[in-house]
Write a new protein. Structure first.
Length: 248
């Protein structure tokens, strides 16, 4: 159990049985024109190793929901209420430091635009290694070996050589796979992907989704937020349809 998990207290009898349990989630933003209810009373559960598709058009609340689970609205103007439980830990009752420790080690997110998420001045491999070393006390050499292995697992050709390349030299599909490698290198139990195939061609998109399926089969819980209903129909057994921040 991580130090963060040890620090988070909760009533064991009241903790939900589902691996991920979101109840009455509301994410409201105060603007000059009034309150924007981006998510307004959303509830759902996901079992360990299950794939959940969250489908909706732009503005439906799917990305806001994904970010709320990872605690990414903290420090913003968003007001987040409701409860979010992950494996018996109430995330929205945890401190900022506890959530930061869990983010990456127990839960991770893949964003829509991998090029903006990868630093242009550091090699792809160095960024993956650093993500691992933040949560694990290992040498640079050990982190490099694991990072090369992870690049290989997500289908990057010649991973030992591509480790030292920069993001701009990767294709769109390879950048997305590199982001998946970075997200999964610490073996999180929950992977949240926000429009992970939006900028990819059909072949690259299929490869990315095959990676999700492979990790789901070894117990990783996957949430895919997307506007592509056909995509989640093929890869997710459970689908939520959102409109205006609510279940459609």
């Amino acid at each position: 159990m991580t130090a963060a998990a040890q620090d988070i207290s909760f009533d064991a009898e009241s903790a939900p049985a589902a691996f991920l349990d979101v109840q009455d989630l509301r994410v409201h933003f105060s603007t000059d024109d009034g309150v924007v209810k981006a998510v307004d009373g959303l509830s759902f559960t996901v079992q360990r190793g299950q794939t959940l598709g969250i489908v909706g058009e732009s503005g439906s609340g799917k990305s806001v929901t994904s970010q709320a689970i990872l605690g990414l609205h903290r420090g913003t103007r968003a007001k987040v209420t409701g409860s979010i439980w992950l494996d018996g830990e109430q995330l929205n009752a945890a401190s900022d430091e506890q959530v930061r420790r869990l983010r990456g080690s127990k839960m991770a997110m893949i964003f829509q635009d991998p090029l903006s998420s990868l630093h242009p001045f550091f090699t792809v491999g160095a960024q993956i290694s650093e993500a691992y070393r933040v949560h694990n006390k290992v040498s640079k050499a050990a982190a490099r070996r694991l990072s090369v292995e992870m690049l290989d697992r997500v289908g990057i050709p010649n991973p030992d050589k591509r480790f030292d390349d920069y993001a701009h030299s990767f294709s769109g599909g390879m950048r997305q796979r590199a982001m998946i490698a970075m997200a999964l290198v610490c073996r999180p139990a929950l992977l949240v992907a926000d429009e992970p195939t939006a900028s990819l061609d059909a072949e690259s998109a299929a490869r990315v989704l095959d990676i999700f399926v492979a990790f789901q089969q070894v117990g990783v819980t996957v949430l895919i937020a997307t506007h592509d209903q056909a995509l989640v129909a093929r890869y997710g057994k459970k689908v939520l349809h959102l409109a205006d921040g609510r279940l459609a």
